[in-house]
Design a protein around this ligand. Structure first.
Ligand code: ADP
Ligand code: MG
Length: 453
């Protein structure tokens, strides 16, 4: 690729679009939205990250993926280097020794909101009507006691994050003086840990407690994090008592969450909890048409219908299938036709496409093939053969179904997404080195999937 012609901004925008489609939304928002591209040379893309802690995380978890995306999807064979932002705490250290071009900092820090997530782009259906109405009400008049806190809950990829950011974006536009703080519970946790490490807990409290509107995404990640919960509880109380608006999202009804302190739970339950259900067929069609249009694509109805029939539970899947089709069409220079769409749907869903294969099916089959019990595979036991079988099952769920890490974690006894990622990588690496693992994975995969006819 001719790097002279492409700017670091364009390159990073391109990479981000692809990464957004291939990562769970919360991971994308936590780890990719805060990154600023700084410069590109013939060999390197330099990215600015907010803190040392952030650097360590992204370096260990995502560098490979970013470089692979740049190379395979954007034909940019570049190494990624990082620099920590000067206002990220630990001075302006350039970790990598790479040449870094200084950029002017914005004077007023905008809230970390995804600008695309607005009420206008949020398609209403009977699955999300109530949640949307509550969201609008909060966005128009934050702090009403009946709506405070507002908890939006529901399954993965159904629009919780979108709706929460829509509230933030609306407020940021209509009441720019209000301080809106928006982050995932992971980012909150990460900030808290890094504040402890740097003895900056006072600053941490001051930052979050200065919010007029606090939006926290995916609070299920607070489960079993006692100290963070404690911090959050105090922040919550202070804001609540001052009549500040709090909006939270969660993957299930707050009352059903385990590993949260009771007093925190009762706080969560004190306002309004609204759910988002999976979209029905009509809503899926509407969403597909809208997303296609946003991408400058006009799709014949039969194609839209085909996609809406097969991709049922997850709006993110609908979206990324469209992006995949677009990418495929432009890479191969072919018009979009039914065959291409079938292939894209199959790639996304694997055998699920043909027979509704579920995570439970995979767990059942792996348990049988490895002489384990299903309940042991999802238990906490760390016995060696069991761990291996469990990791194989996790790997297959990811490979065949493409299920987000977080969701797989939920099916495997509430494991953290990093554990799931570790399992996937481990099996991938072992099947390269160990013929026994390779055979096992291959055999199971063949049994669970078969080619599309
Ligand atoms: P969740 O937070 O529930 O996992 P997200 O809010 O990240 O889901 O939504 C996943 C993707 O689907 C996002 O790109 C979002 O814009 C899109 N999406 C979800 N619901 C809707 C909707 N009702 N209208 C338009 N797009 C939607
Ligand atoms: Mg989300």
């Amino acid at each position: 690729m001719d790097n002279i012609l492409i700017t670091h901004d364009k390159l990073w925008d391109g990479a981000k679009e692809i990464l957004r489609g291939s990562l769970p939304g919360h991971a994308f928002n936590t780890w990719f939205e805060p990154i600023n591209p700084i410069a590109v040379t013939d060999e390197e893309l330099i990215l600015e990250v907010p803190s040392q802690f952030f650097f360590e995380w992204i370096e260990t978890h995502y560098t490979g993926l970013i470089e692979k995306t740049l190379c395979e999807k954007l034909q940019a064979n570049l190494r990624v280097k990082y620099t920590v932002s000067p206002d990220g705490g630990s001075a302006s250290t350039d970790i990598t020794g790479a040449p870094v071009i200084a950029r002017p900092r914005p004077t007023h820090e905008p809230p970390q909101l995804n600008k695309r997530y607005t009420f206008t782009s949020f398609i209403e259906g009977n699955n999300n009507q109530f949640a949307r109405a509550a969201g609008t009400s909060v966005a128009e008049e934050p702090g009403q006691p009946n709506y405070n806190p507002l908890v939006i809950y529901g399954g993965v990829g159904l629009g919780k994050t979108h709706l929460m950011h829509a509230i933030g974006n609306h407020l940021h536009q209509t009441k720019p003086d209000l301080r809106v703080i928006c982050c995932t519970s992971e980012k909150f946790t990460m900030d808290f840990i890094s504040a402890i490490q740097k003895s900056k807990t006072v600053e941490f409290s001051r930052k979050y407690r200065s919010a007029h509107v606090l939006l926290i995404d995916d609070i299920q990640f607070f489960q079993n994090k006692e100290q963070t919960q404690e911090q959050f509880f105090h922040t919550f109380n202070e804001l609540y008592q001052a009549g500040r608006q709090i909006v939270l999202t969660a993957d299930r009804y707050p009352g059903e969450m385990s590993g949260l302190q009771d007093r925190l739970l009762s706080r969560f339950k004190s306002g309004l909890a609204v759910d988002i259900q999976p979209p029905d067929f009509e809503v899926r069609v509407a969403i597909l048409l809208e997303k296609a249009e946003q991408n400058g694509l006009s799709l014949p109805y039969e194609i839209v219908e085909f996609m809406a029939t097969h991709i049922k539970n997850n709006i993110r899947e609908l979206e990324s299938t469209i992006i995949r089709i677009l990418a495929h069409s432009s890479l191969t220079n072919r018009e979009i036709d039914m065959a291409m769409v079938k292939q894209a749907v199959k790639d996304r869903l694997g055998k699920q496409f043909m027979s509704e294969l579920t995570i439970e099916d995979i767990i059942g089959r792996v348990a049988e093939a490895t002489n384990n019990r299903e309940e042991d595979l999802v238990s906490a036991s760390r016995k060696k053969p069991l761990v291996e079988a469990r990791q194989v099952a996790i790997f297959l769920c990811r490979e065949i179904l493409g299920t987000p890490l977080v969701e797989i974690g939920l099916h495997f006894g509430g494991r953290d997404h990093t554990t799931i990622l570790h399992a996937c990588r481990n099996i991938k690496a072992r099947s390269k080195k160990e013929p026994r693992i390779r055979q096992l994975v291959k055999k199971l995969r063949q049994e669970l999937t078969f080619p599309l006819t």
